[in-house]
Design a protein around this ligand. Structure first.
Ligand code: NAG
Ligand code: NAG
Length: 238
């Protein structure tokens, strides 16, 4: 009887989790994901938590005639997660992001994006996680990279970033987790004190010559990953 109960409860828990999307601890699956492709779209019968546009790459750069896809975006309007990763797009998919007003996670990892829209809060007012590792993000000198009061996690690993500036992260007051590993940074000084809520910072595999104390980076910093720094010599050899 007890075994039966355990099996039954496990089954109930699994069933309940099926609809949960990435943000709620479960990966997106075919049951909760709507797929936008070049000539068609596929949506599950139940709730849509995730949108996958990786099959839409060819249309991404054209001026998307959103009116053609009204039904798709209406149906997916509650989605909190967008996948547009590893498809070599060179621009941030502004129109698609704008059409999904409830996004909390945007995954654009593994593309060739250079510029992020500064006024991110207008495009994605609920954004919590922005994944842009393995791109070519350029850090502007005199303005913030993006502004968003909701953003909590920003992944900028492996973007060939050489320098950050004092304005770079100034407009992300609630950022808690920042990945800057595998870039070409020599110093973190310009970011000192600009991220009041930062809890985790990963800066491994850069060219940092000195590792500053945690408190100097942010008073709230708890996890500070700095291993391992690359040597200049390594840089010269390629
Ligand atoms: C979008 O709609 C226009 C007319 O409204 C049509 O000519 C065009 O072929 C459509 N494009 C796609 C990809 O469906
Ligand atoms: C992206 O570009 C790389 C080369 O730069 C290529 O090897 C890869 O297959 C491309 N991927 C896609 C999905 O187009």
């Amino acid at each position: 009887m007890r075994l039966f109960l355990v099996v039954f409860l496990t089954f109930v828990v699994l069933l309940n989790n099926i609809d949960a999307s990435f943000l709620f601890g479960q990966p997106c699956s075919i049951r909760n994901t709507a797929y936008l492709k070049v000539h068609k779209w596929i949506a599950p019968p139940g709730e849509i938590n995730c949108v996958d546009v990786t099959g839409f790459k060819k249309n991404m750069h054209n001026k998307i005639r959103l009116s053609n896809y009204t039904n798709f975006f209406n149906k997916a309007s509650n989605a909190d997660t967008l996948y547009a990763d590893h498809i070599n797009i060179t621009r941030f998919p502004i129109l698609i992001v704008k059409s999904l007003p409830n996004l909390e996670l945007i995954d654009l990892s593994g593309n060739k994006i250079r510029k992020l829209p500064t006024k991110m809060f207008r495009l994605a007012p609920k954004l919590k996680k922005l994944l842009v590792s393995d791109n070519k993000i350029m850090i502007p000198k005199r303005v913030s990279l993006i502004s968003s009061i909701t953003l909590q996690t920003l992944m900028l690993s492996n973007n060939g970033i050489h320098t950050i500036y004092k304005y770079t992260f100034r407009k992300l007051p609630n950022l808690e987790v920042l990945y800057l590993d595998n870039n070409n940074l020599k110093t973190l000084n310009p970011m000192f004190g600009t991220l009041p809520n930062l809890k985790m910072l990963h800066v491994g595999r850069n060219y940092l010559t000195a590792i500053p104390p945690k408190e100097l980076v942010s008073k709230s910093l708890r996890q500070f990953i700095t291993k391992t720094q690359k040597k200049d010599i390594e840089k010269r050899s390629y």
